[in-house]
Structure formats: structure tokens, C-alpha cells
Design a protein around this ligand. Structure first.
Ligand code: GLN
Length: 471
């Protein structure tokens, strides 16, 4: 057993049992990263102060009646769109290539208070737009299970780092599947919390009504540990929920919207059925449910999200942040900075967003998509009257080849099962299901469980039951 095989919880226990030190653990992760990261491009930057902070953690751990916290000296990787004061945060964009964060995201302050050790910032699709990490301005990240394939996205760097044991846990962000989809494609547990459970302060905004910080890990215990550390009300984010008010679901009934899942790859459906069968042996009741608006969720997402992207990214004007250009006049300065700073997918979405919000099209697109959001929420509310969980495959297929989905629409279809949870704010978790064979390679895929708002602890319970993980 290597130190890089340990979970965050095991690392924390090991420190207390004095089996190894924080410097040992940091050193093991840095050494492995040195070797593996050139192949994977999971990290955009490994911080140069990791060992220094590990030493400080060891001092804290060694102090009698110690001030050590749950995560003292426990390493974590952070997606490049979450601000850590004094570190660069580029959202994998040329626009913010040299942007240094001037404050900590609230999730980071909470992790710091818990003693966590930040290893580095991980690659992602530019401004979190994409499902493969191919839209990064700093090169694609590769899937540790098969280097010719994508790790998923947009939090592909965080997923690859945890899957390749370059970090025990990592933070990611979700606007529509950016944690669950790469977790599925890399064989990890990935949580998208209830909207408002975790503060968005210090998360570089994509779609503000959808964005949420969550985590990747190799087991459920670590997912729960990170969620419990970062969640809570925050005066800096008016959309956060009260810290209290977590709930549990009523029973072990899982609803399956059969019409919705039938479009997934047959091998994925087979793996999905195996997981359901395992749960049914474990005391869960599986029932068919209808979810009539589910097929429209993706379309609604691809209107609401670009609308919010176009307004959120207006702040990158070449003056206040990041890339700037000195032109003949103001117009030229805006034009050149934005033309050079943003990649093609980001530009596509800004244009699409400006279009759906423009007078004449607002009613036809934006207003209807917003109305659809309400219909989807109502369908889910009705479904949750009779079941506690809704299960679908996390992704329509296993990891695809780098370059395979060059048509934007085919890439957007990756999000089909993710969209309902983000549009309605409910929590969802992706858990490794049975592996599938693709072109002769065994690849992981995930099963997703959704549940009513604020019932994350019940998602951890079903995930544990599936993986046979004890508390
Ligand atoms: N695949 C989604 C998109 O391209 C990912 C968004 C996200 O969750 N950040 O919009």
C-alpha cells in the first residue's frame, strides 16, 4: 500500500496514529505527480509551497492538546476556477492566464480552517464550458484509464488527479454535470450538492443560477467529509441556504424513468441494471416512474446557461481583470482583448446567450426555457411524492476518444442526464457502476442518484450501500 492509495480519512487517521507524517504524504503525492502529470495534464500548476505547509501541519499535529483539525495536512486538489488567495486562478482561459486571486473562495476558507493542504490547481474546460476538458486553453487532460480518451469535463483535471492518485480528493464545480460526468468517466464518486448548500463566493461564475461547488473522491466517506467541511450559509452568497435543515429521505424506493434512460448506450444500460439489481438485493425497491419533461431539460439548459454566461463573462472587458490590449479606442480595446482572451466554445456561448436574451428572441427562447425549468421541478416534486431517489446512468456512454466529439451538439448530449438536477437545484451523486468494454478497453461508468433538496446524507447512504462501504 502506497501513501497515494490512501483516502483523505485514512490519511487523517494515519497522522493521529503517527504512522506517517504530512511531509511523507505530501512528498508521495508530489513525486507521483512529477511522474504522471506530464502524461495526464491533470494539474495546470502544482503549488511550490506544499512541503512548507506540510511541515507546518506536522508541527500542529505534534503539538500536545493539539489544535489539529479534521483535515490538518490532508492534501486536496482544486479546480482552476475556485479562488485561493495569492494563487493564480485562470479558469483555463487565456483571459485569466496570469490572474492572481485576491481573496479565498468561501469553500477554500472553510478548507483552510479545517487544515487542508492545497496541492495545486487542476485543468478544466475554459470557464467550465465543456464535457471533455478539451476546451482548456492549456491543453487537454487525459483519462488515466486510457490515455487516448477524455476524462470528461469540465472538471476533468480534478477527476484525472484523483483517479490517478495524484490527490486523494479534489474540488470541482458543476453547472450541468461537470463533476458527475467526469466522476463517471474516471470511476470516482462525484457529488453535486443542493443549490445553495455550498457558497459560490469565489467560484468564477458561469451560470449563477446553476453553479455549485462539489467534490471528487475514491469513496463515499471522503465525499461526505469534504461536503460537511465546505457547506453552510454564507453572508457573501445571498443564495446560500441556512446551515441547519439537512433532511433524510423517507424510504428506500428508487424511481427509474425508463423512457429517459433508454437512449443510453446499451452497455451503459446493462451496467446500470446490474447496479439496480445489487441495490434491490440490498433492500431497495425499484419502481418505474414517468418524468415527462426530462427530455427537454437539456434544451432548457442550453438556453438558460448561455444567457447567464453572456452576462457573467461581460466583466472580462480587458480592463478590470486579466488580458488587456491597448488599442486606438475603447471599442478596439474590448474587441481585441475578448477576441484574444476567449476560446471558440466560450465565444459561441456568449453569442448564443446574447441572442436568446435579445429583444424579439427573449420570449421565444429565454422565457420559455425558464418556464420549462418550472415544469421540470414540478415533475420531480410529483415523482418524489412516491419515491425517495431517482436513478439514471450518469452519462450516455463511457469515456470517448480525444477529438471524437468535435461537433458541439454531440458534446452537449453528454449532459442529458445531468441537466434536471442543475436546473431544479436538487442534489445528485455519481457512483461507480460496473465497468463497460469499449474498443477492447474496460472503462468505468457511473450510476446517478438524485434526491430532494437537502438530502445529501441519504445520497451518501445509497452510495455506500451500492459500493458496500461501511460508515
Ligand atoms: N457539459 C456542461 C457544459 O458544457 C458542463 C457545465 C458545467 O457543469 N460546468 O455546459
Amino acid at each position: 500500500m502506497e501513501l497515494t492509495d490512501l483516502s483523505a480519512k485514512e490519511i487523517a487517521h494515519g497522522y493521529r496514529a503517527k504512522t506517517f507524517s504530512a511531509v511523507d504524504v505530501a512528498h508521495a503525492h508530489l513525486t507521483r505527480t512529477d511522474k504522471e502529470n506530464p502524461k495526464l495534464n491533470a494539474y495546470l500548476e502544482v503549488f511550490d509551497d506544499v512541503l512548507e505547509h506540510a511541515k507546518e501541519a506536522d508541527t500542529v499535529l505534534a503539538t500536545k492538546g493539539s489544535a489539529a483539525h479534521t483535515l490538518t495536512g490532508v492534501p486536496i486538489a482544486v479546480k482552476d476556477n475556485i479562488l485561493i488567495k495569492g494563487k493564480r486562478a485562470s479558469a483555463a482561459s487565456k483571459m485569466l492566464e496570469n490572474h492572481v486571486a485576491t481573496y479565498d473562495a468561501t469553500a477554500i476558507s472553510k478548507l483552510k480552517a479545517a487544515g487542508a493542504l492545497f496541492l495545486g490547481r487542476t485543468n478544466m474546460d475554459e470557464f467550465a464550458m465543456g464535457s471533455s476538458t478539451e476546451h482548456s486553453a492549456f491543453g487537454v487532460t487525459r483519462n488515466p484509464h486510457d490515455l487516448t480518451r477524455v476524462p470528461g469535463g469540465s472538471s476533468g483535471g480534478s477527476a484525472a488527479a484523483v483517479a490517478a492518485h495524484l490527490a486523494p480528493v479534489a474540488l470541482g464545480s458543476e453547472t450541468c454535470g461537470s463533476i458527475r460526468q467526469p466522476a463517471s468517466l474516471c470511476g470516482l464518486v462525484g457529488l453535486k450538492p443542493t443549490y445553495g448548500a455550498v457558497s459560490r463566493s469565489g467560484l468564477i461564475a458561469m451560470g449563477s443560477s446553476l453553479d455549485q461547488i462539489g467534490s471528487f473522491s475514491r469513496n463515499v466517506a471522503d465525499t461526505e467529509l469534504i461536503f460537511e467541511t465546505v457547506r453552510g450559509h454564507d453572508a457573501l452568497d445571498g443564495t446560500t441556504l441556512p446551515t441547519d435543515g439537512q433532511k433524510k429521505v423517507a424510504n428506500k424506493k428508487i424511481g427509474v424513468p425508463r423512457d429517459f434512460v433508454k437512449d443510453a448506450d446499451p452497455r451503459v444500460q446493462e451496467s446500470f441494471e446490474k447496479s439496480l439489481a445489487a441495490l434491490s438485493k440490498n433492500g431497495y425497491e425499484i419502481v418505474d416512474i414517468t418524468f415527462p419533461s426530462a427530455p427537454y431539460a437539456l434544451a432548457a439548459y442550453y438556453i438558460v446557461m448561455p444567457a447567464e454566461v453572456s452576462t457573467n463573462l461581460a466583466r472580462f472587458d480587458g480592463m478590470r481583470y486579466g488580458l488587456s490590449y491597448e488599442g486606438k479606442n475603447l471599442r478596439e480595446e474590448y474587441d481585441v482583448a475578448r477576441a484574444r482572451g476567449f476560446g471558440p466554445e466560450t465565444k459561441r456561448r456568449i453569442i448564443l446567450g446574447a441572442h436568446v436574451l435579445s429583444s424579439g428572441y427573449y420570449d421565444a427562447y429565454y422565457r420559455r426555457a425558464t418556464a420549462l425549468r418550472g415544469v421540470i421541478a414540478e415533475d420531480l416534486r410529483k415523482a418524489f411524492e412516491s419515491v425517495s431517489y431517482i436513478a439514471t446512468p450518469t452519462t450516455p456512454g463511457a469515456a470517448f476518444k480525444i477529438g471524437e466529439k468535435s461537433d458541439p451538439l454531440s458534446m452537449y448530449l453528454e449532459d442529458v442526464f445531468a441537466a434536471p438536477a442543475n436546473l431544479t437545484g436538487i442534489p445528485a451523486i455519481s457512483v461507480p457502476s460496473a465497468k463497460v468494454l469499449r474498443d477492447g478497453t474496460e472503462l468505468p461508468v457511473g450510476i446517478q442518484f438524485m434526491s430532494p433538496k437537502r438530502t445529501e446524507s441519504s445520497l451518501f447512504a445509497i452510495a455506500r450501500d451500492l459500493l458496500g462501504e461501511t460508515v
